[in-house]
Design a protein around this ligand. Sequence first.
Ligand code: PXG
Length: 454
Amino acid sequence: MPSYNTKQLQEIDGQHHLHPFTNHKDLMEKGSRIITKADGVYLWDSDGNKIIDGMAGLWCINVGYGRRELADTAHRQMLKLPYYNNFFQTTHPPAIELSKALVDISPPQFNHVFFTNSGSEANDTVVRIVRHYWALEGKPEKTVIISRENAYHGSTVAGSSLGGMKWMHDQGGILTDIEHIAQPYWYRNGGELTPEDFGLKTAQALETRIKEVGENRVAAFIGEPVQGAGGVIIPPFTYWPEIQKICEKYGILLIADEVICGFGRLGEWFGSEYFGINADLMPIAKGMSSGYLPIGGLMVGDRVANTVINKGSDFNHGFTYSGHPAACVVALENIRILKEDNIIERVKNKTSPYLQQRWSGLGDHPLVGEVRGIGMVGALELVKNKETREPFPKDQNVGMICRDFCFNNGLIMRAVGDTMIISPSLIMSNDEIDELVEKARLCLNLTAKEIGIS
Ligand code: PXG
């Protein structure tokens, strides 16, 4: 590969590379930041700056960067069998072994997995299998899937349709028969209600919508146990039990999108376990391979699997790389590391309590209206007025200002509007957590100074 300097790389990038979710005019002006290497919880850019990664890549590097075992296992597999497919009654040991490993760590109703290459494809699989299931059950009119506003379920047409981000729907449209109800966002929408009452009320919107759409038409409800990309929306504890109750009352399928919450992020293997959700389907990706190779899947519970297997003929769905052997061995090794290094147990008992204790300390900052967190996820909602919760005007771009200060001071924090979020690797040490929180405070201070608040 030719060796370019940063400026040359930025020029070529600007000329030829369309980035995901990016304003390209801004990108051309500022030049992209180019990441060249990583180790543990740190990244280095092409100018040699060391950056602590508060986002674990994009919510995915659960076991940290630089794990030689993951690279070695992919290398060995690529030399032995770099590719073969799982179509037409064939398969290979990595896909078989990974399917068993996933079933072993999943809640008991899950005995099957369908492999994909991403969370978006897992959610496309959701739409297809849910509608296929109800057709096989003799109720083909049950096609409506109910989701939430501001949910994120991926960027393919089906994923973005399930998601509740209007600015995505506005580009390219949306599938029919997807409905969106309000999200359990207490800080912004709770009004005078306690979080518990608000959780119940928001969940009950599901029943209202089922009645409006017609019970005979509703196939499923989908939700992230904790909304990630939407700004770390943590539901009150009353929310999921009520959703569960309503799904059971109307016999509709419950889908817990575990793409972010899965593989230890909340201190359990799955977010469903944290909240006691008894799901029928679980899309998975990201932490499944700690992002070392792209792989995702749909965990299929017995209710759906039994119908699809016993009543169906072919399920006319699949991807060339469904269950790619190199990605499968990396996911297997990643699961082994999570187990043998007791990473999830440590998150539950040590790392996340420490992170949350340090993170909550940022609540005293004049910019921070609400500090929230759960497991290895945290958010700071920046507001103009802490008392009234008045937000900053949108065009002030306070979140972006803060994000840029973070970048320039060796910290990756993501901005969702004016909410700053973190989702670090599960292996972060207490010293590294201290560094992350101290850098976050520094960047809040710089932001406050920039916008004239003290
Ligand atoms: N479901 C959930 C809950 C997700 O968070 C997907 C599905 C789609 O996964 P893929 O692998 O197709 O990207 C996601 C992805 C962000 C951000 O900026 C979040 C995601 C992806 C990209 C950016 O917070 N989540």
